[in-house]
Write a protein that binds this ligand. Structure first.
Ligand code: 13P
Length: 251
């Protein structure tokens, strides 16, 4: 059975002391609450270790926002899968649209990272999603299909089953413009069908597909009630402990 997963992508926000405060506040907000979702935070690299030590006796799990696909070596400024494991990461966000558009990451490069994450026992959160122009020219499904097929290329069924997919329409990220629950459900159902094609029905049923793009406490319940929306990848609204708590508790 697939799990609901609510993940907070902090992006390039919060210095060390702010990160410590945010995760401590989140821990207290969730203390004693019944959680119906796996909760993940993805702080910047420099705060991973401090955040890990604070969440160790809590249900909160740790993700990184990116990594390189090589084991080690002359890759100035990059971070490897084993480094992320060594500070306690269990998950890594890969192929976020900001990585694709600002840092020119290709589907092929992202696929290498997905394989490297899995080989190192890190669970990838593979992001996909179309631009506004692509949506307006009815290319959403084509774009998503290409990103998913390329991102999961050469993975075994077992590896696909471990991968989390995040559908994040670019036009909804940071814009306050959320995909309607129906628009999101349509793409999520399409992705699940694609997973059947790539692997099989039982694998497809077990893959968590998160929605991301202006998820807020006032729209999360409706989005998360859709049958193929299995959680959220939250940006802006995860930077305040109370709004992230409200999203988590809306599952
Ligand atoms: P917002 O929630 O700020 O739109 O960001 C979504 C996102 O990009 C999460 O990865």
């Amino acid at each position: 059975m697939r799990k609901n997963i609510i993940a907070g992508n902090w992006k390039m926000n919060k210095d060390l002391s702010e990160a410590v405060k945010l995760v401590s506040d989140l821990k207290s907000e969730l203390d004693g609450k019944t959680l119906n979702a796996v909760v993940i935070v993805a702080p910047p690299f420099v705060a991973l270790e401090a955040v890990k030590s604070l969440i160790k006796d809590s249900p909160i799990k740790l993700a990184a926002q990116n990594m390189h696909n090589e084991d080690s070596g002359a890759f100035t400024g990059e971070v490897s899968a084993s480094m992320l494991k060594s500070v306690g990461c269990e998950f890594v966000i890969l192929g976020h649209s900001e990585r694709r558009t600002i840092f020119n990451e290709t589907d092929e490069f992202i696929n290498c990272k997905v394989k490297q994450a899995l080989a190192n026992d890190l669970l990838p959160i593979l992001c996909c999603g179309e631009s506004l122009e692509e949506r307006e020219t009815s290319k959403t499904m084509e774009v998503v299909e290409k990103q998913i097929k390329a991102g999961l290329k050469d993975l075994t069924n077992e590896q696909i089953e471990k991968t989390i997919i995040a559908y994040e329409p670019i036009w909804a990220i940071g814009t306050g413009k959320t995909a309607s629950p129906e628009q999101a459900q349509e793409v999520h159902a399409f992705i699940r069908k694609l997973l059947i094609e790539i692997s099989n029905e039982s694998v497809a049923e077990n893959v968590t597909i998160q929605y991301g793009g202006s998820v807020k406490p006032d729209n999360s319940k409706e989005l998360l009630s859709k049958p193929d929306i299995d959680g959220a990848l939250v940006g802006g609204a995860c930077l305040k402990a109370d709004s992230f708590r409200d999203i988590i508790l809306s599952v």
